[in-house]
Design a protein around this ligand. Structure first.
Ligand SMILES: Nc1nc2c(c(=O)[nH]1)N[C@H]1C(S)=C(S)[C@@H](COP(=O)(O)OP(=O)(O)OC[C@H]3O[C@@H](n4cnc5c(=O)[nH]c(N)nc54)[C@H](O)[C@@H]3O)O[C@H]1N2
Ligand SMILES: Nc1nc2c(c(=O)[nH]1)N[C@H]1C(S)=C(S)[C@@H](COP(=O)(O)OP(=O)(O)OC[C@H]3O[C@@H](n4cnc5c(=O)[nH]c(N)nc54)[C@H](O)[C@@H]3O)O[C@H]1N2
Ligand code: SF4
Ligand SMILES: [Mo]
Length: 681
C-alpha cells in the first residue's frame, strides 16, 4: 500500500495505491485535505496505463533505409542521440539543439531538464508547454504582486469567502473534487459567479452566470471596476496603504461605462450592474482566473484587469479573499519554478540576473559566464525549427506537441523538418511517432518525485511498483546523455538526491524549497513554498503584511481592451473556442488509451439557433473552418453555448489545426481560446 497522488491535474489529489496480485488498484485517501478522498474518473482509472499493450518498453530508432522505427538497445539509442546532437552543435552552434519540457514533469525532472539544456548542451533554447497554460497569469502576478504562486492561499479558503468570481474556469470538469468548495460556500450563504461563454457544469453550480463573447473578459473587468468606482465602493485606505498606480487605472476605467461594455462583451448592462452591486457590498471577494480568461493575446492584461478589481476592493492579502489563478497541469506550478522556462533558473530566478546566475552556477560547479542567456518562448522556438533561424535538433520530454500546439499543422511541419527529433514518452504519442529516436520512460507509480500543486503545496508522489523491464526514468535518460555529451556538471539519478540539489539551487530564490526534503513531506499534507529552512513551517498564505515587490506594495497596472487578434468577418462569422472535457486529459496521449474512459473523438458544440440556420441536427457531421485549417466532427447541439460561438475540445488531433497562434506580448501565450471560424454542413 502506497499513499501517493494522481498522475494528472494540478489538484494532485491524494490517493492510495494497493497491490492485488499483479493488479494495482486505486483507493481513496480521505486524510489528504485537498480532495478528502474524492477523485474524478481519470484518477480512479489512472492505473489503466500500467501494462497497457501500447506502453513503450524499448528504445526505438528510425532506420535510415526503411524509414521505420525499429527497436534498439539503450546504449545504441543514447550513443546515437549524443553523437548526432554533438554533430549538429559543431556544425550550427550550441543553440542548434533545443529542449522542450512539460508541466507534468516532477520538480526533479524539470530541474534536471533545465540544467541539462544549460550545462550539458549549453543551449539557450529551452522552454515547455506551461507557456501554453498559465503563463499569462504568471506574468500578471509577477507584475502586480511581485511573485507568481497560482493560489497565494490554500484552495479551501474558497469556502470562507462571500463572493467568488470564477473567470474562465470549468473546475467542475477540470478539477472535479474542487467543486465541493463551491457547494459549501453556497451552503454558508456565499455567492458564486461564473464567467464563461458556455453554461458549463461549473455554471450549473453557480448563482450568477455571465456569458461574454470569447476574448472580452478584459472589457468586462474594466466595466465592473468602472461601476465599483462610480458606486464609491473603492477601498481608498487599502489602495493608499498597500498599492501604487491606481490613479491611472481609475482614468482608464472611466471610459468603460456599462452600455459600451455590453456592446463589446454581449453581457447586458443590467447584469453588469447587478454583479457590480454585489462586488461593492460583499465583505470578502475572491476572483479566480483560469485558461478561459488567460489563453488570449491579451491574457496578461486581462488578468491584470481582474487583479486591479480585487485590489480596488481591498482584497489581496486579506483573509479568504483576493485573486488567484487555478494552475492546470500536475506540476504546473513547480514546473515553472525550476528552470525549464526560457528565461528562468531554479528557484524562480531570472536567467539575466547576474547574482542568480552566480548562485546557480556555483551549485552546478560551472562558470556563470558559460551559462547561456534567455531563449525563445515555446511557440517561437517551435515555429523556427529546421529553419536557418532556428534549432535543428529537439529533445521533447513531457509534451505531445502535435496535438496541443496552436496552429498545429504549421508546427508539425517544423518538427518534420528537423535533422533530429528525440522524444521521451511513456506511450507512442502523435509526437513520438514522428521521432528519429523514441526513449521509453517510467511513469507515475513506477518512480518517485515531488509535485507542487495549484496551491504551491509541495507533495511527494511515491513509487508503488517496479517499472516494466526495458524502461528508464527521465532522470536516467538525462544523466546518460549528459555523460555522453561530456557535461561539466554531474547529473544524479536518485530523485531524493536531485531534490536536495534543487533545494540548494532554489535557496534564497523566490520559490525557495531549501527547507523541504522527501522525508519531510512523505505521506503528509505537503509543505507550501517558500520554505527556506528545515525549521520553517512553509507559507500557506502570502501577502498578509506586504507584497513581494521591492517596496512591498502591489502594482495597479493600467490596461485597456483591444480584443482578440482575429475578429469575425464575412467568411468566418463565428467565434471558435477550445477547452476540455472531464474524461480526457490534455493531448489525450494517456487518457485516450484508458479503456474505462470514453474516447468520443472531437465534437463541435453549437447553439440550436445556429444549427437551424445551418440545417444541422445533433450528431450530424459538420465542418469547422478557420484561416488555418478545417476539422470535420459531429455536431453537439446545446443551448448552453452562445449562438455566435462554437466549442471544440482539444484532446484529439484536429482542434489545434484551427487555432490562432497570436501571442500575448508579455507571456507569449497563444490565443487558444478564440479565433474566427465558419461552420458548414
Ligand atoms: N478533465 C480535464 N481536466 C484537466 C485538464 C484536462 O485536459 N482534462 N487539464 C488540466 C490543465 S493543464 C489545465 S490548464 C486546466 C484548465 O482548466 P480550465 O481553465 O477550467 O479548462 P478549459 O476547458 O481549458 O477552459 C475553461 C473554460 O473557459 C471557457 N472559455 C473559453 N473562452 C473563454 C473566454 O474568452 N472567456 C472566458 N471567461 N471563458 C472562456 C471555456 O468555455 C471553458 O469552459 O485543467 C486541468 N484539468
Ligand atoms: N486548443 C487548445 N490547445 C491547448 C489548450 C487549450 O485549452 N486549447 N491548452 C494548453 C494547455 S493549458 C496545456 S497544459 C497543453 C498540454 O498539452 P501537452 O503538452 O501535449 O500535454 P500532455 O498531453 O499532458 O502531454 C504530455 C506527454 O508526455 C507524456 N508524459 C507524461 N508523463 C511523462 C513523464 O513523466 N515523462 C515523459 N518523458 N513523458 C511523460 C504523455 O504520455 C504525453 O505524451 O495544451 C495546450 N493546448
Ligand atoms: S481532479 Fe485532477 S488530480 Fe484529482 S483525480 Fe481528477 S485528474 Fe486526478
Ligand atoms: Mo494547462
Amino acid at each position: 500500500m502506497t499513499d501517493t497522488h494522481c498522475p494528472y491535474c494540478s489538484l494532485q489529489c491524494g490517493m492510495r495505491l494497493v497491490r492485488r496480485g499483479r493488479d494495482l488498484e486505486v483507493e481513496a485517501r480521505p486524510d489528504f485535505e485537498v480532495n478528502e478522498g474524492a477523485l474524478c474518473r481519470k484518477g480512479w482509472t489512472a492505473t489503466g496505463l500500467r501494462g497497457h499493450r501500447e506502453r513503450l518498453t524499448s528504445p526505438l530508432v528510425r532506420d535510415r533505409a526503411t524509414g521505420e522505427l525499429r527497436t534498439a538497445s539503450w546504449e545504441e539509442a543514447l550513443d546515437l542521440v549524443a553523437s548526432r546532437m554533438t554533430a549538429v552543435q559543431e556544425e550550427h552552434g550550441r543553440d542548434a539543439v533545443a529542449v522542450f519540457g512539460g508541466g507534468g514533469l516532477t520538480n526533479e525532472k524539470a530541474y534536471a531538464l533545465g540544467k541539462f539544456a544549460r550545462v550539458a548542451l549549453g543551449t539557450s533554447q529551452v522552454d515547455y508547454n506551461g507557456r501554453w497554460c498559465m503563463s499569462s497569469a504568471a506574468s500578471a502576478a509577477n507584475q502586480a504582486l511581485g511573485l507568481d504562486r497560482g493560489l497565494p492561499f490554500p484552495l479551501a479558503d474558497v469556502e470562507q469567502t462571500d463572493l467568488l468570481v470564477l473567470v474562465g474556469s470549468n473546475l467542475a470538469e477540470t478539477m472535479p473534487p474542487a467543486a465541493r468548495h463551491l457547494d459549501r460556500l453556497r451552503a454558508r450563504g456565499g455567492h458564486v459567479v461564473v464567467v464563461d461563454p458556455r453554461r458549463t457544469a461549473t455554471a450549473e453550480r453557480a448563482d450568477t452566470v455571465l456569458q461574454p463573447v470569447p476574448g472580452t473578459d478584459l472589457a468586462l473587468a474594466l466595466g465592473l471596476l468602472h461601476l465599483v468606482v462610480a458606486a464609491g465602493a473603492v477601498d481608498e485606505e487599502y489602495l493608499a496603504a498597500r498599492t501604487t498606480g491606481f490613479e491611472a487605472v481609475r482614468r482608464e476605467v472611466a471610459a468603460w461605462w456599462p452600455e459600451r461594455v455590453e456592446r463589446v462583451t454581449g453581457v447586458a448592462a443590467e447584469e453588469l450592474r447587478a454583479l457590480a452591486g454585489r462586488l461593492a457590498t460583499a465583505p470578502r471577494v475572491m476572483v479566480l482566473t483560469a485558461r478561459g480568461a488567460e489563453q488570449h493575446s491579451q491574457g496578461t492584461a486581462t488578468v491584470l484587469a481582474w487583479i486591479n478589481l480585487a485590489l480596488a476592493l481591498g482584497m489581496p492579502g486579506t483573509a479568504h479573499a483576493g485573486w488567484g489563478c487555478l494552475t492546470g497541469q500536475g506540476n504546473g506550478q513547480g514546473g515553472r519554478e525550476h528552470g525549464q522556462k526560457a528565461d528562468q533558473l531554479p528557484g524562480y530566478r531570472m536567467i539575466d540576473d547576474p547574482s542568480a546566475r552566480a548562485h546557480v552556477a556555483a551549485v552546478w560547479g560551472v562558470d556563470p559566464d558559460d551559462l547561456p542567456g534567455p531563449g525563445r518562448s515555446a511557440f517561437e522556438l517551435l515555429e523556427r525549427l529546421g529553419t536557418d533561424d532556428g534549432s535543428r535538433a529537439l529533445l521533447v520530454m513531457g509534451s505531445n506537441i502535435v496535438v496541443s500546439a496552436p496552429d498545429a499543422t504549421r508546427i508539425t511541419a517544423r518538427l518534420e523538418a528537423l535533422d533530429l527529433l528525440v522524444v521521451a514518452d511513456v506511450v507512442m504519442s502523435e509526437t513520438a511517432a514522428l521521432a528519429d529516436v523514441v526513449l521509453p520512460v517510467t511513469q507515475w507509480a513506477e518512480e518517485t518525485g515531488t509535485m507542487t500543486n495549484l496551491e504551491g503545496r509541495v507533495l511527494l508522489r511515491e513509487q508503488a511498483v517496479a517499472p516494466p523491464p526495458g524502461v528508464r526514468s527521465d532522470l536516467e535518460v538525462l544523466a546518460g546523455l549528459a555523460a555522453r555529451l561530456g557535461s561539466p556538471s554531474h547529473f544524479a539519478t536518485d530523485p531524493a538526491e536531485v531534490f536536495a540539489e534543487l533545494g540548494r539551487a532554489s535557496a534564497g530564490g523566490r520559490a525557495d524549497y531549501a527547507g523541504i526534503t522527501h522525508e519531510r513531506i512523505r505521506g503528509g499534507q505537503g509543505v507550501f513554498w517558500p520554505c527556506p529552512s528545515r525549521e520553517h513551517p512553509g507559507t500557506p498564505r502570502m501577502f498578509a503584511e506586504e507584497f513581494a515587490t521591492p517596496d512591498g506594495r502591489a502594482r495597479c497596472v493600467a490596461v485597456t481592451h483591444r480584443g482578440a487578434a482575429e475578429q469575425p468577418c464575412a467568411d468566418y462569422p463565428l467565434h471558435l473556442t477550445t477547452g476540455r472535457v472531464l474524461a480526457q486529459y490534455q493531448s489525450g496521449a494517456q487518457t485516450r488509451r484508458i479503456r474505462d474512459l470514453p474516447d468520443t473523438g472531437p465534437f463541435v458544440e453549437l447553439h440550436p439557433m445556429l444549427a437551424t440556420r445551418l440545417g444541422a441536427h445533433d450528431g450530424d457531421r459538420v465542418v469547422v473552418a478557420t484561416r488555418r485549417g478545417e476539422l470535420e466532427a459531429p455536431a453537439r447541439i446545446t443551448d448552453a453555448i452562445r449562438p455566435d460561438t462554437v466549442f471544440v475540445p482539444f484532446h484529439w488531433v484536429g482542434a489545434n489545426r484551427l487555432t490562432n497562434a497570436a501571442l500575448d506580448p508579455d507571456s507569449r501565450m497563444p490565443e487558444f481560446k478564440v479565433c474566427a471560424a465558419a461552420v458548414r454542413t
